[in-house]
Design a protein around this ligand. Structure first.
Ligand code: PLP
Length: 354
């Protein structure tokens, strides 16, 4: 702390990202990155864009990418908002759409960035507990609120709410914005994008980081009614008009257009997830059913932080959250089949040594 800090900085609660180790011979199953590289067409687009025109600012409205997203989801360009990763999109959402008289609502176990934004923008929030089986019960969200936000599938748990239930939530909550963070939707969920026609208060946030394997490029977007998007544009253009650089715009368009690669890699991740879940259950792990690219698991005899440590020593990094209700769980990102086989082998050894 220093007397030079602006007021309020002392009380911030910064998000703590998963470890990004320097070494390369570790198996990284801790931050839900895609184990496969981006589409070869993305790499080609990046090479083509690495040229003299980098001296020029990018299109501040990134029309090429907005247009590609609008076409992909059959929307208007005015219904698309872009940001430097969906974390930045979410920051603008919190500032531009979720600060009102009543507190916003989100689950007690969810993406840990939401409380950080609340502190940053001084937004009151109420955490709504998941049920015993880690489900979101939408009846618990029937109260005055300044907005509702949750990931679907939910972060940390991987549990998915059907569109029927989302629709019921929207029917019961017309006076504030509902934000659905669909970072993991391509791994077996169903997007609520088609509901934005009927609900002017619905905003969907997605990212290129997970299913399109571009966490390093930083591209996220939101889609919703033009009025919601306009608020986000006003915030963004008061902050940084050039959120996406020239390389990112070109590469993201290429990623969106390579349907074959996208479908192949996400199907592979889904099938590895099901395989890994079954293998872990054979080792007596409790596995929360997941529609995301990770599994939340608990072993009846192994202490989670110790196990996390033991895995680290063998070169496998998974994520442990020292947090109420999940302090005996580990979150394991889905790697390649080879990564997961090695994980199972190491866990089998650990269990045999017990
Ligand atoms: C990974 C993740 C994000 C952030 O993604 P970026 O686009 O890389 O910033 C947002 N929300 C949830 C729930 C995530 O898991």
């Amino acid at each position: 702390m220093s007397r030079f800090w602006s007021t309020g900085v002392k009380n911030l609660q910064p998000y703590v990202p998963g470890e990004q180790p320097k070494g390369t011979n570790l198996i990284k199953l801790n931050t839900n990155e895609n184990p496969y590289g981006p589409s070869p067409k993305v790499l080609q687009a990046l090479q083509l864009e690495a040229k003299e025109t980098l001296r020029l600012y990018p299109d501040p409205n990134a029309e090429a990418l907005k247009g590609a997203i609008a076409e992909y989801f059959q929307l208007k360009i005015e219904q698309v908002f872009l940001g430097n990763g969906s974390d930045e999109v979410l920051a603008h959402v919190f500032q531009g759409l979720l600060k009102h008289e009543h507190p916003i609502l989100f689950p007690d176990i969810t993406y840990n960035f939401y409380p950080s934004y609340c502190k940053l923008y001084n937004i009151e929030c109420q955490e709504i507990p998941l049920t015993h089986s880690f489900e979101i019960n939408i009846d618990n969200y029937r109260r005055k609120n300044g907005g509702i936000i949750f990931p679907n599938p939910n972060a940390l748990t991987g549990k998915f709410l059907s569109l029927d239930i989302i629709k019921r939530l929207l029917d019961n909550n017309k006076n504030s914005v509902i934000v659905i963070d669909e970072a993991y939707v391509d791994f077996g969920g169903e997007t609520a994008i088609k509901l934005i026609r009927d609900f002017p208060n619905l905003l969907i946030v997605q990212t290129f980081s997970k299913s399109r394997s571009l966490a390093g490029l930083r591209v996220g977007f939101a889609v919703g009614n033009e009025n919601l998007i306009e608020a986000l544009e006003r915030v963004k253009n008061s902050f940084n008009p050039y959120t996406l650089d020239r390389m990112a715009i070109k590469a993201a368009v290429a990623a969106l257009q390579d349907h074959a690669y996208f479908n192949h890699t996400r199907q592979q991740i889904i099938s590895t997830r099901e395989f890994l879940a079954a293998q872990l259950q054979d080792l007596e792990f409790e596995v929360i059913p997941s529609k995301a690219n990770f599994l939340l698991v608990r072993h009846p005899f192994l202490n989670a932080p110790d196990l996390c440590q033991q895995l680290r020593q063998t070169g496998i990094i998974v994520r442990y959250f020292p947090q109420d209700r999940i302090e005996q769980f580990l979150r394991i990102s889905i790697g390649t089949n080879q990564d997961c086989n090695l994980l199972i082998k190491v866990l089998t050894d650990i269990l045999e040594r017990r």
